[in-house]
Write a protein that binds this ligand. Structure first.
Ligand code: 5U1
Length: 682
């Protein structure tokens, strides 16, 4: 076997180089593009092979080997380091007018009227860092700090897979400072918090805090265990040649092995900048990571130089911010809402705050467990998050702002609506009003559910109208809806004769329905659309469902003991049976079928017996369309992932459900694969 100058056999040297190259390549695919080509186990196998080679031939081990990211050293504190060139900050734009002002200032200063070329890219919601390379070797990583000096986090940044330890390219400058943002992708954040919650540990408020907390670790092995990514967006001090444009620098950084944003574009003129901003605002929920705006930079370095700076902010760049998704506000009070099933939900009444593009005055606190988890009190300043169309959440209490007179949140002993005793069911987080349909709140919610789109679908009967009908004692139970006349309805607020006549017609039309819809409309606990459909298919008639025992019910796919008990208890109650009789007497009707015939139909469907979960955003199909297609093929569509799930369809932005699917090793499809799969079945 031939020996090399490194004292190792030539085969070992070659294999070692190949493994380093492969591991760097796969780690880039994993961190940079979120598109791993090989399973984690295969990556681990390559990694272990390299470790073994390096142990057998220590001369092959270099500081930039993928095995050398986590050293044995831990720190007692971070030391301070001075950046070779100060780290700049960015001026902000919050409107189109601000952006037009930005362009005008540039034109005036350069005395030009032509459209300017801008490099655009997302503004990552993470932690700004500076990396120093000498002769291509990473020698230092530092936080931004005050812009002139920051904390030395070299040991930690070395553990981040997307940060090259060595730049293996002839064109790399002798000294190079690379600036960028370290962030935690949304899926990694969901996974980290899921693990923390399972262990009863404190969870992170958002991916940014998780990234900051992960970087500020004195023990680098903790940083190494966190899913962090760095995206490079500029350079600082450079001893060497650079291209003439910012986009050229980004291209070069990418060639040298850094992650640079795939979303980056070069556009001409501020109107095109605004189009890009709008486009990215739409894409924002589907991105794998949080962004809080768009950065626009004059692309020509020559023009950048001419424009210069005002204090620490360059005149040639601006951050156009999206409306913030998180804001601070105060909890003025907590009130308790009673839902359809009697569940009592604490709702925080907030000092109104503009967040995620709307003014928010209320946020649910879910239940007693959530209040305990947050440690929240009335009077607290809290962080409210509203991302996309998701309902506003209280994500954390700002402990330092707690006033002396804050008040603890006490659950009521009696229902706030009907004064019936409140009960806490063993093993459930919710507390419930025991009043049933005596409770006005439960009656209102039951009626709203009965007329909703997926139930009897009564057009024109909105929540406000239902509240008036109950408050004015015109409707006591659902069947009373069918006694309403145009004359009675015309007397109500904001109800003219035409709307009243339309509503009476809509009620009449709703009488002809289907068994699954009717069953769903009754609002039996835990009987959602899919379970109602399964029960209807299995039993074929309401009478057979009403008579079914726990055991009979559990023969229905995906009906377990809990749901079976709720169904039995519902039909045992005389008032529920009376409500059904009254509805049938009012003319509500549906076709019934023999159960056997329907069993045969279910068995004949290609996806019968299979459970699908849809998560993340779908771009071609709507969620409802995807669900309809699955149901029509006999599948069940569930809202949660479990070992019983057969397949998870995951679009961009999928979070904890995708994580759980991966943990359980379930089949996962993206939307394109799903559409192909449906096409093959049809
Ligand atoms: N994407 C991006 N984020 N960001 C932040 N580019 C960018 N540029 C920055 C900052 C502070 O500063 C430049 C002036 C280098």
């Amino acid at each position: 076997m031939s020996q090399t100058s490194q004292g190792a056999p030539a085969e070992a040297v070659a294999r070692c180089a190949e493994l380093v190259q492969q591991l760097n390549h796969h780690s880039k695919l994993y961190y940079l593009l979120d598109q791993p080509e090989i399973p984690d186990a295969e990556y681990d196998r390559l990694f272990r092979e390299l470790q073994t080679l390096e142990r057998d031939y220590p001369t092959l081990k270099t500081a930039s080997s993928p095995t050398q990211r986590v050293g044995a050293e831990t720190l007692s504190e971070f030391s301070s380091v001075t950046h070779e060139m100060p780290m700049l900050s960015l001026d902000n734009a919050f409107s189109e007018a601000d952006m037009l002002g930005f362009e005008k200032r540039i034109r005036d200063r350069l005395k030009i009227s032509d459209d300017i070329e801008f490099a655009c890219e997302p503004k990552f919601d993470g932690i700004a860092v500076s990396l120093l390379y000498r002769n291509g070797e990473l020698i230092r990583g530092a936080t931004r700090g005050d812009g002139s000096s920051g904390e030395d986090i070299t040991l930690n940044v070395r553990t981040i897979g997307s940060i090259p330890l060595h730049l293996n390219n002839a064109s790399v400058p002798a000294v190079l400072e690379v600036r960028g943002e370290i962030f935690m992708p949304k899926s990694g954040f969901a996974k980290l918090n899921l693990r923390a919650a399972e262990r009863g540990e404190k969870t992170f408020v958002n991916p940014r805090n998780a990234a900051a907390g992960s970087l500020r670790q004195l023990d680098p092995s903790i940083t190494a265990s966190r899913p962090l990514v760095m995206c490079a967006y500029s350079v600082g001090y450079v001893e060497g040649e650079l291209p003439e444009t910012h986009s050229g620098i980004l291209q070069l950084l990418g060639d040298w092995g850094f992650v640079v944003s795939d979303e980056r574009r070069v556009v001409t003129g501020v109107a095109a900048c605004l189009d890009y901003f709008q486009m990215m605002q739409k894409r924002r929920p589907a991105l794998a990571y949080d962004i809080d705006g768009i950065v626009f930079k004059v692309n020509s370095l020559e023009l950048q130089q001419q424009l210069g700076f005002v204090s620490r902010a360059p005149r040639w760049a601006i951050a156009h911010k999206f409306p913030a998704q998180e804001e601070m506000t105060r909890i003025n009070d907590v009130e308790f809402q009673v839902g359809r099933t009697g569940a009592i939900t604490p709702v925080a009444r907030l000092e109104p705050v503009f967040v995620g593009g709307v003014t928010v005055s209320n946020a649910t606190l879910h239940n007693r467990d959530e209040i305990e988890r947050l440690g929240v009190r009335i009077g607290d300043t809290v962080i409210i998050r509203r991302a996309g169309d998701v309902i506003p959440q209280v994500v954390a209490v700002v402990a330092s702002k707690r006033p002396k007179d804050s008040v603890s949140i006490e659950f009521p002993e009696l229902c706030p609506i009907c004064s019936s005793p409140v009960e806490r069911v063993e093993g459930e987080a919710a507390v419930r009003c025991s009043g049933g349909l005596i409770c006005g709140a439960q009656r209102k919610e039951a009626i709203k559910h009965f007329v909703s789109r997926k139930a009897l679908d009564v057009d024109g009967l909105g929540d406000k109208l239902v509240e008036q009908l109950v408050d004015q004692e015109l409707v006591h139970e659902v069947a009373d809806l069918y006694q309403l006349s145009t004359e009675v309805l015309t007397g109500l607020e904001r109800m003219g004769p035409k709307s009243a006549a339309n509503l009476v017609a809509a009620l009449e039309q709703s009488k002809t329905t289907t068994l699954p819809r009717f069953l769903y409309s009754l609002g039996v606990r835990e009987v959602g659309e899919a379970t109602a459909r399964a029960l209807a298919l299995h039993f074929g008639s309401i009478a057979r469902i009403a008579e079914a025992s726990d055991i009979d019910l559990q023969a229905v796919p995906d009906v377990g003991p809990v749901v079976a008990r709720y169904v039995v208890e519902f039909f045992q109650q005389a008032r529920n049976r009376a409500a059904i009789t009254a509805l049938q007497a009012a003319g509500v009707n549906w076709p019934e079928q023999e159960p056997k015939q329907q069993q045969d139909e279910i068995q004949a469907l290609p996806l019968s017996g299979q459970t699908f979960v849809l998560t993340g955003s779908l771009e071609v199909l709507t969620r409802d369309q995807a669900k309809e297609k699955l149901l029509a093929l006999g599948a069940k569509v569930s809202g949660s992932v479990s070992a019983k799930t057969d397949c998870v369809v995951a679009g961009p932005g999928a979070g904890s459900k995708l994580v759980k699917a991966e943990q359980l090793n379930l089949k996962v499809m993206d939307e394109a694969e799903f559409i192909q799969f449906l096409a093959e079945l049809n």
